[in-house]
Design a protein. Structure first.
Length: 135
């Protein structure tokens, strides 16, 4: 397959494939003396695996490490589960951060209405004065 055929089958752009190759996430096939590089079905599968990992919140670096381990036969179920548990913990912490941020913004928005002409804006005041107090 050509790179454009791989891109179509994997539902990514050609530049995504080139990026994966530059980052060492996908092995670039050797270019024959005459002609285009020929990609294999395994390239499509690798790209799909990386994209699936990303859909679960894994970084490309994490997805690449897991893919390399799986290909070498070095990854165990325990390794994959440990990685997933760490990602879950990270995501829950990020959710807590966003919930706290939402509470802070709600407090600003719910402040006594200052949207009247010539009145100070509580949002601008908080941003200008560095009001970084947690909700």
């Amino acid at each position: 397959m050509t790179i454009s055929e791989v891109a179509k089958q994997a539902k990514v752009g050609v530049e995504t494939i080139r990026f994966y190759e530059r980052e060492g996430l996908l092995e670039q096939p050797r270019k024959p003396v005459s002609g285009y590089r020929q990609y294999l079905t395994s390239h499509v599968e690798r790209i799909r695996f990386l994209k699936q990992c990303q859909s679960f919140g894994f970084s490309l670096a994490e997805a690449g490490m897991l893919a390399h381990s799986l290909e070498r036969g070095a990854a165990t179920c325990e390794d994959a589960c440990n990685l997933a548990e760490r990602k879950l913990k990270d995501l829950k912490a990020k959710i807590a951060e966003y919930e706290a941020l939402a509470r802070r913004l709600e407090n600003l928005v719910d402040a006594p209405c200052r949207r009247q002409q010539n009145a100070q804006c509580s949002v601008v005041d908080a941003l200008t004065n560095g009001d970084c107090q947690e909700a």
